[in-house]
Design a protein around this ligand. Structure first.
Ligand code: CTP
Ligand SMILES: C[C@](O)(CO)[C@H](O)COP(=O)(O)O
Length: 379
């Protein structure tokens, strides 16, 4: 069953004010929208992401729509209208569950998304919230006019998750506006579970929230680097596979899998940054099922571990060390392929090559070596 995310980002941020709507403003070096989109689209439990933008902002969509699995649709005049537009775009696409999230909550964690998805196993709706812990008053003109019991009250957050068909029908049947999708779901008689929310999953609503979000973002600044190194010897053959690209050559690379030395180095760099061992631990050469396997399987697994551990991939830098074949004419194709598998923009992927000045095994054309570095950033 496929799970989709709808990120509503068509609001104007009137309470924050200023000339630029809050989702386009910078937060710790990136647009708020970029943080939120990455948090949802890279989560391993989410297959498709719909970004709902104001019709006025559709011109800014290109860079975001370029991510695999992301589509951009125009929203409406209210939050509910934007949600309806996002849901409608997912109709007839085999979606079983949907998570609806405010763009204004860029600090949503992978663990919170996982909790919402897990709760949907047993309920048609699930949403994060925090119990109200402060005393509650009513007030008028600066004076307290009364108190209210706090027991049983919650502060609602997003992402709010639902059975797709049920929430689409509920939104279509709903009359008038609603604060959130849980309100729409309850009006339609759906059962909604409360999952534990997070203080850090704040909604940027007023100007002061930018400073709070920035402090939280920086407190979480966890940057990891990893390196990977691999060597494969030549044997008789007519091509080599490097970064998933087959290059005609008068020799082949010897290995248990497809011997893609470049992809192996990148894969090991990711495992290294996560301190999760190496490619041999995850895909032992002693296991027959990996014989002649395409190394894309290994890299895809390492990439899935990045999001599962709460990180995003910042960049890949790969150096291939060989006299032949010549790499530069194929480097662009290799970058494209690595970017596709890693789910990142091509300008974050570098593939370069060097010879070893005819010294050593690479210089004698006995094999190819590869070294890679990656950076992972906590998301
Ligand atoms: N027509 C609208 C209105 C709101 N939203 C989205 O719904 C969420 C609601 O959060 P809120 O803080 O209310 O955002 P804004 O509507 O942008 O803010 P304000 O109410 O201050 O104008 C935001 O992600 C916002 O972009 C939307 O997609 N379409
Ligand atoms: C959906 C929501 O984030 C739940 O807290 C919130 O209701 C949406 O924003 P608004 O401030 O109520 O417009």
């Amino acid at each position: 069953m496929k799970t989709a995310a709808v990120i509503v980002a068509a609001g104007r941020g009137r309470r924050v004010g200023g000339p630029v709507p809050k989702q386009w403003r910078m937060l710790s070096g990136r647009a708020v929208l970029a943080w939120t989109l990455d948090a949802l689209r890279t989560h391993p439990g989410i297959d498709l992401t719909v970004l709902v933008l104001s019709p006025d902002d559709m011109g800014m969509a290109a860079g975001y729509a370029a991510h695999e699995g992301v589509t951009v649709v125009p929203g409406g005049e209210s939050r509910s209208a934007s949600v309806r537009a996002g849901l409608a775009s997912l109709e007839n696409r085999g979606i079983g569950r949907v998570l609806i999230h405010d763009v204004a909550r860029p600090l949503v964690s992978p663990a919170l998304i996982t909790r919402v998805i897990a709760a949907l196993e047993t309920a048609s709706g699930a949403a994060p919230a925090l119990a109200v812990t402060d005393a509650l008053w009513t007030g008028e003109e600066g004076r307290v006019t009364g108190t209210r019991p706090r027991a049983g009250l919650y502060r609602a957050q997003t992402p709010q998750g639902f059975d797709f068909t049920a929430i689409l029908a509920a939104h279509r049947a709903h009359r008038g506006d609603a604060a959130d999708d849980v309100e729409v779901a309850l009006a339609a008689g759906l059962d909604v579970s409360i999952v534990e929310g997070e203080e850090r999953n704040l909604k940027i609503t007023v100007e002061g929230d930018f400073a709070r979000a920035e402090t939280l973002m920086e407190a979480r600044l966890d940057i990891r680097t990893g390196n990977g190194f691999d060597v494969h010897a030549f044997e008789e053959g007519d091509h080599v596979t490097l970064c998933g690209i087959d290059l005609p050559h008068h020799k082949a690379l010897k290995g248990h899998s497809d011997a893609d030395v470049g992809m192996h180095a990148v894969t090991d760099a990711i495992y290294g940054a996560l301190a999760e061992g190496d490619i041999g631990r995850h895909f032992p050469p002693s296991q027959e099922r990996w014989r002649d396997a395409a190394s894309e399987i290994f890299l895809s697994h390492a990439v899935s571990r990045i999001a599962a551990r709460g990180f995003t991939l910042g960049n890949i830098d790969l150096t291939l060390i060989c006299e032949t074949p010549k790499i530069t004419p194929h480097a662009q194709e290799m970058r494209d392929n690595l970017a596709r598998i890693a789910g990142i923009d091509i300008d974050r992927v570098s593939v370069k090559a060097t010879t070893s000045e005819r010294l050593g095994f690479a210089g004698r054309e006995e094999g190819i070596a590869a070294m890679a570095s990656v950076t992972l950033v906590a998301s």
